[in-house]
Write a protein that binds this ligand. Structure first.
Ligand code: IPE
Ligand code: IPE
Ligand code: MG
Length: 240
């Protein structure tokens, strides 16, 4: 049974397996991404209903540009469709949308829709739904180092004044005031981080499932949270 008093404040998800889901059904890859969007919609609803503070999903990585032009543009088109269809409901559910990633190279139409979703929901104070889009953790850390380097160059701080907190605050997540994830879920059986939240996941609990993302249900989401609730988080200390 889910302990409603111990819902993790922040769950991060690597939504993986859309391609294999489609392949096994002899369908084009984009059908998998479309089914993946539907699964995402249901997980957002459940996270919101559980009173979760933050849900961060990996939608497109800085490495995903290596895929075919057809697949990449198809993913961004699906994202536009998702915003057009779901924005009102997200807003009614008091969900606040934030985008994490390098905004500059997202195709214009998708960027406009995303900006609309962000500004439309900016006053909401329910679930913080963060979409990692054109996101790469190394890119994020590199940009943070650049910002801090500028401060050093301007002699605002000395190199050894740099603290862990300053680094955290300079990441996309820090700028959006998002705490580190308590739980990371990756679907599809892969057990790697694929350049996701490397700094922020330092003490998160990991749950891996073989389920392909389009089949990942709100019930399985709750199972993963139950698994998390059984873990003993020590942060390097001793069990109390
Ligand atoms: C995850 O599904 C979605 C994105 C990376 C955009 P994949 O497309 O990576 O699915 P698999 O790993 O090929 O099955
Ligand atoms: C990670 O999945 C990125 C997203 C889910 C958006 P990938 O499918 O791109 O990761 P690899 O290539 O299997 O490591
Ligand atoms: Mg994959």
């Amino acid at each position: 049974m889910l302990d409603m008093k111990k819902i993790p404040a922040h769950v991060a998800i690597i939504m993986d397996g859309n391609g294999r889901w489609a392949e096994e059904k002899n369908l084009p890859k984009l059908f998998g991404h479309n089914a993946g969007m539907k699964a995402m919609k249901e997980i957002v609803k459940r996270a919101s209903a559980l009173g979760m503070g933050y849900l961060t999903v990996y939608a497109f990585s800085t490495e995903n540009w290596k895929r075919s032009e057809e697949e990449v543009s198809g993913i961004f088109k699906l994202l536009i469709k998702y915003v057009d269809k779901e924005l009102d409901e997200l807003n009614q559910n008091n969900v606040k949308v934030t985008i994490l990633g390098d905004h500059s190279s997202i195709p214009t139409q998708a960027r406009e829709r995303i900006d609309k979703a962000v500004s439309y929901t900016s006053d909401n104070d329910g679930l913080n739904f963060n979409i990692a889009l054109n996101y790469g953790s190394r890119d994020e850390i590199t940009k943070a180092v650049c910002k801090i380097g500028e401060m050093v160059a301007k002699k605002e701080i000395r190199p050894c004044d740099i603290t862990e907190e300053m680094i955290s605050d300079s990441l996309y997540t820090g700028e959006a005031k998002i705490p580190d994830p308590d739980l990371l879920i990756r679907t599809s059986g892969e057990k790697r981080l694929s350049n996701y939240l490397l700094w922020q996941l330092a003490y998160s609990e990991f749950v891996f499932t073989d389920t392909y993302w389009p089949d990942f249900s709100p019930e399985e989401f709750e199972k993963a949270i139950e698994e998390y609730q059984k873990r003993d988080r020590r942060f390097g200390g001793r069990r109390k």
